[in-house]
Ligand binder design. Structure first.
Ligand code: M6P
Ligand code: ZN
Length: 183
């Protein structure tokens, strides 16, 4: 498919091949407050995010995806994606904000960086940096990601250790704080 269309108001991608839906129950181990996550799972197990992807998996190709990250918190931690390293660590990624208000949290070793992301913002994730998006707004946070077709997703290290920082709601605002469970 050489041409596709994104409705830049909604973020809806006209054609896609893969759809991934992650509910609260798919996020076990990723949030700090496990009791809050259990309560959410018992309380309707809401969708946290949806990813609509057009993969081209060969070396030298580019895949892309639109993610709809819904608004909410698990305990005091904002809804977020699992986050991943690329299996091929030296593969970069480009994020483009479409709507809503989010943060892109990046980590390499113990070094952490984060950038606010809104409509029109372009954020470059260099090779070797793990990345996670977080919705700090009150509506969906929607963005486009473009990444090398052979990058691959490595969730293991994030599942085990988490990121060094978490993003929490305090006094109606967001704060990036040390992750008490970071190993
Ligand atoms: C972006 C891209 C995708 C990724 C998705 C959800 O669209 O980085 O590759 O799958 O976000 O993030 P995760 O895979 O970490 O749950
Ligand atoms: Zn990636």
């Amino acid at each position: 498919m050489l041409k596709n269309t994104i409705d830049l108001n909604s973020g809806i991608l006209k054609s896609y091949e893969d759809k991934v839906v992650r509910r609260a129950s798919d996020m076990r181990g990723f949030y700090s407050d496990e009791n809050a996550l259990d309560r959410l799972i018992e309380n309707g197990n809401p969708v946290i995010y949806e990813v609509y992807a057009v993969p081209y998996e060969g070396e030298g190709e580019l895949s892309y995806a639109v993610t709809f990250l819904h608004a909410g918190t698990v305990g005091e931690e904002f809804y977020m994606t699992k986050g991943h390293y690329h299996e091929k660590r030296d593969r970069a990624e480009l994020y483009i904000g479409i709507r809503g208000h989010g943060i892109l949290l990046m980590q390499r070793g113990d070094e952490v960086q984060w950038k606010e992301m809104k409509r029109g913002d372009v954020i470059y994730v260099p090779p070797h940096w793990a990345h996670r998006s977080i919705n700090v707004g009150d509506e969906d946070f929607v963005f486009l990601a473009v990444y090398p077709g052979d990058a691959g997703h490595d969730y293991g290290s994030i599942a085990e250790r988490g990121f060094a920082k978490i993003v929490v709601r305090r006094d109606g605002k967001y704060e990036v704080v040390d992750n008490p469970r970071y190993r």
